[in-house]
Design a protein around this ligand. Sequence first.
Ligand code: 4AD
Ligand code: MG
Length: 461
Amino acid sequence: MSQKRTEIAALIESEAERADVLIQGWVRTRRDSKDFFFLELNDGSSLKNIQIVVTRDVENFDSLKTVRTGASVSVTGNLIPSQGKGQKWEVQAAAVALVGEAPEEFPLQKKRHSLEFLREISHLRPRANLFGAVFRVRSRLSFAIHRFFQERGFFYVNTPIITASDCEGAGDLFRVTALDMESPPKTEDGQVDYSRDFFAQPTYLTVSGQLEGEAFATSLGKIYTFGPTFRAENSNTSRHASEFWMVEPEIAFCDLQQDMDWAEEFVKWVIQDILDTCQSDLELFFNFVDKGLEERLKFVVERPFNRVSYTEAVEILLQSGKTWEYPVEWGANLQSEHERYLTEEHFKSPVTVYDYPKDIKPFYMRVNDDGKTVAAMDVLVPGIGEIVGGSQREERLDTLRENMSKHGISEEEYSWYVDLRRFGTVPHAGFGLGFERLLMFVTGVANIRDVIPFARTPGSI
Ligand code: 4AD
Ligand code: MG
């Protein structure tokens, strides 16, 4: 059997010299001297490179001129203490094979590239330090999310991606159709006849797995979904993507207080896990992306989040003495500028805002005793704003029906959802956390496009 490669992440942590290791990766830089050259090799296993020393003793030395930045190589040699500064170990090459050449126009030469430029080469940018680190942390963050819920008795549910319902009622839906768009079948009154479409009715990409999640929470007790969601909102901001991942726990026998507790514990736990397990990648973010990041992450895991009602938040905003682009008044949605003021300037910490006006929230939220507000909550964090949105759900059959009719939602189409209240209804609550927003928070990366492998945003795919 052929030799298995040793990953650079393991080599740099080595306790002792090692003979005859096989290292395979991509050349980051090459430095030439008369009778030898150095390669900085990276294989993606770690932010760190390993230095390879190739001397004239290597058999094919003269044929290695084309081993340039970007090329892939296979090296065997001995791991020995490095003579040079900046690294503990280096590899004295015994044999070097060029696996795949990279011509000089390889775009990731050793110099600073703008994030905008790197976005245009999303297939190559994971080979750049920043993006390697972002995507390794993204992977670990997914794992941490599963661990958090699995270790606390939540079951992972895969809710459908193609759906007939509009959970958030905001109408930001991508339609899914198999009709011929050039000449769709029409009804007698000239409308597109979706009864002749693939699913015999209008269908969309999901904006949230919550409604289906509720069916499983009210059977399995505690569940979470973690999957892609899609929104056709034309918000060209640094925090909105058209395709993003959402984590949505849903918990039976749970009220808004407990829901807020879960959200806070969850956000803190996964950030702590990243602090514990992604040190070397985090170091890059601390040093080169956001100088305040380390302190902020530690602050967040150590201190309780603030909690204020929407009504109190509006009071704070009105008394801030600030002039707002969007006016602040009770009953209006909090805009990003308001959210950021609350978390960044007023509280200087994460803050959970709860009990929002009923009229600006979706039909499924539980109406409070005041009749004007619903048991909703949003977690706001510095630098991002809203990272979590959740609520206690309306479990009372009559109130739910009333809300549905006010929102113009057909009871016939959502009869399955209403059934959950007809048959053994229970108080239940949940929330949705935007995975990319959390990753932005953890890495300090300011644009959502830079934490998604292949970002989809308005006008860009
Ligand atoms: O606040 P939202 O719209 O809540 C829901 O969809 C609920 N059904 C969740 C639930 O209770 N199960 O979205 C939840 C979170 C937001 O707080 C935000 O972090 C993220 O999803 N999010 C987006 N992230 C990136 N791009 C977008 N366009 C986003 N829209 C929402
Ligand atoms: Mg929201």
